[in-house]
Design a protein around this ligand. Structure first.
Ligand code: C2E
Ligand code: MG
Ligand code: MG
Length: 747
């Protein structure tokens, strides 16, 4: 503390005793000197003896580390000093005797007399003070001074004991500096900023100025620290600090609040937000220059929140808090911008705090539930699985929709915990449905990117699978493209590990993100979910219809299945079925519902009503695929008059496209030369349309070589090339017969 030295001085008994000895000696010295002067006519021997005594005392006094002087109260002159005083202040003894406390210090005569009178009145009481004494060379020396009063005839002598406190002052100043300045950037720190703002506000109130506070936070600073290391992060902060200083006008102050947060105090003559906006823009401009961090170029932006005194708030703490709130809004608005605080933000801020606190307790209080929205296989119209969607039964607020709380969970990182709960709850439900006889249903859950970044998602998923004892293939993860791209390497690895346990992966909201398919290929994906925005207008916007069709084709050519979400009307459904979309999800079939309702729907065998498309689908359609144009032509003529709708493709890709467009119950495909295109095609057709019947033609007699492949594709019939015309025609007829029997049976 500041006065540790002073306290020592006052309380240490030894020092105190020593001091009074010194003072007493000095007084005797004075008396001796006086006596010598007055009685110069005394005997020589007496003079000699007294001079020796005088010198003894003087050297004892001179050996003390403190300066001592005696002041005549009436004349205000120094009447005696010790040698240390000369060493300390630079005056000779003779010079001292010409001086008084008024010449050496900065106190006025009245002040000094006041001090002296108090001391005299209290007799032995002495007061400790810190003063600056003017030295002979003109410099000021900080000393701690302690005074005593001593009677001297009918007057008083004031004894001053002075201790040089230069070192202590230096330490104190250093401590003060450390307490008020940021060691990294040398800018004022939080404490000094608050102090400065406090005094600025007081001044502003008197003068009618407006004081603006700009809260500046670097965007994505954590990334710099994480990827380049803390030393580089520090270097960046220093450079940012320097640039901010360059944005200042004389009266302004900038400081560092901590971390990557800076604050600027602007004093403007009038309350003109335009002036503050100009400064904010200037900050953005100076920040826009790339930073050079030891040879590495880095682009940095900042988000800025602005408040003004006296309009927004009158006290320091509130102003800074509001500026922070406004800054947060700038972040939300996409960063690299600034926002002024508004009263509404405050209400929102409070509501938001409440929301966050309530969310923290939601898991423990079991306020979260999963709703299930059926996914329907578009060909059969039957429920094929469900998407689990999070709902929050917030006490006093009813059922809260994900849009109102999932973004908060995401922003604050709470989604990681909640997401883990969702996965576990969905797995438990799947297990429950198996146990209760509903059967193995595939359930998808939505996964946020933070679950990959902040935790090992695969570990969480695998442990949920283990605990519930369900096979991985019943769990599907829905990820957005942004999630995939956010942390590519780690995500790929994580997904691959999950893939090994059979877990399925689908891309949610497909079409709204990067849509770089070349890129998507790198990920082990099973499904594309077409974003609701395209589905919404599929029936009335040819553009959206074209997008949906091409997404479905892309999906199929990548061997992925396509799911449409947000299907609300029969027309949308008809289009999607026509385009060969494999799964349908949306209000048209069902809204997301609680598990018991979902079970009821499933048990009742609810399915999509047969629309026009379905009737058309019932027309017997035969898909022919042969890469030999001549063979394809002969096949066409072979089935010309059979009453089937015949569609023909001369390539694998075209075949898939036709398959998506037409509901072909029977497929005849050439095995193809070398590349096994036909087998792969049939394999794919089986995956997409499991109830189609597949017939393979082959020019090779080495049948066993393909047995495995044929089995995989579950080929219904196999014919050699050239084929026996009536045999093949009969085989196709039987296939249609079998298909319609199977279909009736399943209805
Ligand atoms: P999403 O994954 O794209 O989910 C589909 C959303 O569309 C759901 O909204 C669903 O109720 C809604 N929907 C379904 N059919 C229709 C329809 O026919 N018409 C319209 N207009 N909407 C339909 P919901 O349940 O409000 O969820 C919104 C988003 O919240 C989800 O979008 C998903 O991104 C997120 N979400 C939901 N649950 C979770 C979760 O457990 N974890 C994570 N990370 N996100 C979740
Ligand atoms: Mg989803
Ligand atoms: Mg979606």
């Amino acid at each position: 503390g500041l006065n540790a030295g002073a306290e020592d001085f006052l309380t240490k008994p030894v020092e105190r005793a020593e001091l009074s000895t010194r003072v007493r000696n000095l007084l005797r010295l004075k008396a001796l000197a006086d006596a010598l002067q007055q009685h110069s006519s005394d005997l020589e021997e007496q003079v000699r003896a007294r001079t020796v005594e005088l010198q003894r005392f003087r050297s004892a006094m001179d050996a003390t580390a403190d300066a001592i002087w005696l002041i005549n109260r009436r004349t205000m002159r120094i009447v005696e000093v010790n040698g240390t005083a000369s060493k300390m202040l630079g005056y000779s003894r003779e010079e001292f005797l010409q001086l008084g406390p008024l010449e050496l210090g900065s106190a006025s005569l009245a002040q000094l007399k006041g001090v002296y009178d108090t001391i005299i009145a209290g007799h032995s009481t002495s007061e400790l003070m810190e003063v600056d004494i003017r030295c002979k060379d003109g410099s000021l020396l900080p000393v701690e001074i302690r005074r005593h009063s001593e009677r001297s005839g009918d007057d008083w002598l004031i004894v001053g004991v002075l201790r040089d406190i230069t070192d202590r002052r230096a330490v104190e100043q250093r401590l003060h500096y450390l307490a008020h300045y940021d060691a990294l950037t040398s800018l004022p720190n939080r404490t000094l900023l608050y102090e400065t703002l406090r005094s600025t506000l007081a001044q502003a109130e008197a003068s009618g100025w407006a004081v603006f506070v700009l809260f500046i936070d670097l965007d994505h600073f954590k990334n710099v620290n994480d990827t380049l290391g803390h030393a580089m992060g520090d270097e960046l902060l220093v450079q940012v600090g320097n640039r901010l200083v360059n944005c200042l006008r004389v009266r302004d102050v900038v400081g560092r609040l901590g971390g990557d947060e800076f604050a600027l105090i602007l004093i403007l003559e009038d309350n003109d937000p335009g002036g503050a906006a100009l400064v904010a823009e200037k900050i953005r401009t100076v920040m826009a220059e790339p930073f050079d961090l030891n040879g590495r170029t880095l682009n940095v932006t900042a988000s800025i929140g602005i408040t003004v005194h006296p309009d927004d708030a009158s006290d320091t703490e509130t102003l800074i808090k509001y500026a922070d709130t406004a800054m947060y809004r700038a972040k939300q608005a996409g960063r690299d911008t600034f926002r002024f605080f508004t009263a509404q933000m405050n209400t929102e801020l409070l509501a938001r705090r409440d929301l966050e606190t309530a969310l923290d307790e939601a898991i423990e209080r079991e306020e979260f539930v999963l709703y299930y929205q059926p996914k329907v296989r578009s060909r059969s119209g039957r429920i094929a699985g469900a998407e689990a969607l999070l709902r929050w039964e917030r006490p006093g607020h009813g059922l809260v929709s994900p849009q109102d709380f999932i973004p908060v969970l995401e922003e604050t990182g709470r989604i990681v915990n909640v997401g883990r709960w969702v996965i576990a709850a969905a797995c438990k439900q799947i297990a429950e449905w198996i146990r209760s006889g509903i059967g193995p249903l595939q359930v998808s859950v939505n996964v946020s990117s933070r679950q990959f970044i902040e935790r090992d998602l695969d570990v969480d998923v695998l442990s949920a699978l283990r605990e519930s004892g369900i096979p991985g293939r019943l769990l599907e993860l829905e990820l957005t493209e942004a999630t995939l791209m956010a942390n590519t390497l780690r995500t790929i690895e994580s997904l691959q590990r999950l893939k090994q346990s059979g877990v399925k992966v689908s891309i949610d909201d497909f079409g709204t993100g990067y849509s770089s398919l070349a890129y998507l290929r790198k990920f082990p994906i099973d499904k594309l979910k077409i974003d609701i925005a395209f589905v919404r207008h599929i029936a009335d916007s040819p553009d959206d219809a074209a997008i949906v069709l091409s997404i479905i084709r892309m999906a199929h050519s990548l061997k992925l299945s396509a799911v449409a979400e947000g299907v609300e009307t029969a027309a949308q459904l008809a289009y999607l079925r026509h385009y060969g979309c494999d799964f349908i999800q949306g209000f048209y079939f069902s809204r997301p519902v609680p598990a018991p309702e979902f079970e009821k729907m499933f048990n009742e065998g609810r399915r999509l009503p047969a629309g026009d498309e379905e009737a058309q689908g019932r027309q017997q359609t035969l898909l022919l695929l042969d890469t030999e144009p001549d063979d394809l032509a002969s096949l066409r003529s072979l089935f010309k008059n059979e009453g089937y709708r015949v569609v023909a493709a001369d390539s694998y890709a075209q075949g898939l496209e036709l398959l998506a467009l037409h509901d072909a119950q029977v497929i005849v495909a050439d095995q193809g030369a070398g590349a096994m295109n036909g087998v792969a095609f049939l394999d794919r057709a089986k995956e997409l349309y499991p109830d189609s019947l597949r017939i393979m033609l082959s020019a090779h007699s080495a049948r066993p070589a393909f047995e495995d492949a044929v089995n995989r594709a579950e080929v219904y019939r196999y014919y050699g090339k050239p084929w026996d015309e009536s045999g093949l025609r009969e085989g196709v007829r039987e296939a249609f017969g079998r298909h319609s029997r199977l279909r009736t049976a399943s209805e």
